[in-house]
Design a protein. Sequence first.
Length: 245
Amino acid sequence: MPNLVIDIGNTYSKLAVFAKKELIHFERNEHLGKEIILEFISKFKITNSTISSVNQTAEQLEEVLKENTDYVRFSTEIIGGIKNHYLSPSTLGLDRWAKVIAAHCLYNGKNSLMIDAGTCITYDVLNANSEYFGGSISLGLNMRFKALNYYTGRLPLISWDGEQEEIQEGNNTQNAIKRGVLQGAVNEILGFIDLESKKNKDLQIVITGGDSLFLNKQLKNSIFAGQITHEPYLVLKGLNEVFTL
C-alpha cells in the first residue's frame, strides 16, 4: 500500500513514494501537473496521498488525488502527541509543521532544532517534552544574492548553484558578495544553534532543504559537528507520518 507525499515549495515540488516508512522513490519537479501525479499513481500503484504546499497550487491537485487515492488533507490540526503552542497555527507553514512531526517521530524525547535551508532559512525547535513554541524565518541564500542586486545601484546579481564547497576570500566584488552572503548565513546559523543550545540540553540539530548539503559541510567544521544530522527528506518523512498517526 504505497503512499505518495508531495511537498510544493516556492521553487520546486518534491514527490516521494513510501512503503510504510521506507522511502522507495524521490523526484524533484519544477512544473508539477495533473499528468505527472496520475503517472505516479499508476506506476507505483499508490493507495494513500497527501500534500503540503506554500501556495494555492495544491487546491488544483487535491481533486486528482481524491479521485484516485485515499487522500488525507495535511494541516496543523494533525497533532500526533505534539503540544502546539504556536499562537497562530492557521498561519504556520505546513512544511514547517511537517518537520516538527518528523522530528517527533525520528528523535522523540530529544530537544531538536530543525534548520531548513531553502528559499527561506527556517529554524524550528521541538523540545524533549514534545512541545512546540515556534521558530524563526530568515532569507535564503539566493534571496540574499537577489536582494543585494535589487536594492543597490552597482552590485551584480551573483549566480550561485550550491556546488561551491569553500567560501573564498573577498578579493574582488563577486567574491566579496559570495563571502558576505555565504559566510553571513553560516554565522547566522551558528548563532541560532548556540542560542538554542543554551536553552535546550543535548540539542539534536537536523539540517534539511535545497542548500543544506553546502551548509552542512560548513557546519561540520564547527564545535556542534557531533550534534548535526543531515536529513534531506525531513519534510517528506513528516508528511508520510500522517498515515500512521
